[in-house]
Design a binder for this molecule. Sequence first.
Ligand SMILES: NC(=O)c1ccc[n+]([C@@H]2O[C@H](COP(=O)([O-])OP(=O)(O)OC[C@H]3O[C@@H](n4cnc5c(N)ncnc54)[C@H](OP(=O)(O)O)[C@@H]3O)[C@@H](O)[C@H]2O)c1
Length: 254
Amino acid sequence: MKLKNKIALITGGGTGIGKATAFLFAKEGARVVITGRREQILQGAVIEAKTENLEIEYLVSDVSEEKDCKAAVDYTVSKFGRIDILFNNAGVSYMGITHETSTELWDKTFDINVKGIYLMSKYAIPYMIEEKSGCIVNNSSILGLKASPAGFAAYSSSKGAVNQLTRSMALEYADKGIRVNGICPGTIYTPMMDDLFDKWSDREVGEKRYISVHPIGRLAQPEEIAHAVLFLCDDNIKFMTGTMLSVDGGMSAK
Ligand SMILES: NC(=O)c1ccc[n+]([C@@H]2O[C@H](COP(=O)([O-])OP(=O)(O)OC[C@H]3O[C@@H](n4cnc5c(N)ncnc54)[C@H](OP(=O)(O)O)[C@@H]3O)[C@@H](O)[C@H]2O)c1
């Protein structure tokens, strides 16, 4: 078991990549707390985990609300005594070219995708400093590395900010035993992508369009990203910090 006795907190852990990572971490021996805004979704994930003999805890918590971030960290520490791993995974994506993006959606994107990582880290890091050990993984995107003409200005900018926040944090805490890395997924079959496929008049055409930009010729399942997050949290690669790891079917190589 790669994460035996580790304590992991995963934001947006009720669905998609976060949920797949929570299940994999629990299988690898970690005690896992997942957060999100919708209690029913979180409860559903916990019940599903039980059917696989996995124990996962949940807490309703919005990463764009400072008090919720503090509460999520405090809950995890009060329950398990410390936090070894923070997977800042929660994120949202709204389509719209720059001048057609409302100020409200621009702010919401940054509040969740960027400020959420800052706030969760702000409250988790003091506990990690105390332990002289910690691992933070931030979920970015291929769109944090490359721009798209398809109308992802706010999302892509927010993920670019995630990359720089990741690198800054890696340097700030490198001498404190805390590693900070990021992951840049290509297109993954999750509820977020379901919403985007549905925006096409023909869903199948939309999906094929996304597949066509991935050199590997397919999209990925959330579990494939979960394994990459597990790799970043493995104590055997403790020399790795400040890296943005692309898991994108070859997209970033183009
Ligand atoms: N799917 C892809 O192709 C892809 C590609 C690159 C990067 N990513 C990134 O992967 C991450 C996970 O997305 P996903 O694809 O797995 O989609 P998803 O299933 O929609 O997951 C997003 C999760 O974030 C949670 N969330 C959203 N806003 C939140 C908030 N304010 N506070 C707490 N939780 C919040 C959602 O739960 P609630 O709505 O209940 O809060 C949901 O569980 C995101 O950061 C996304 O940008 C995805």
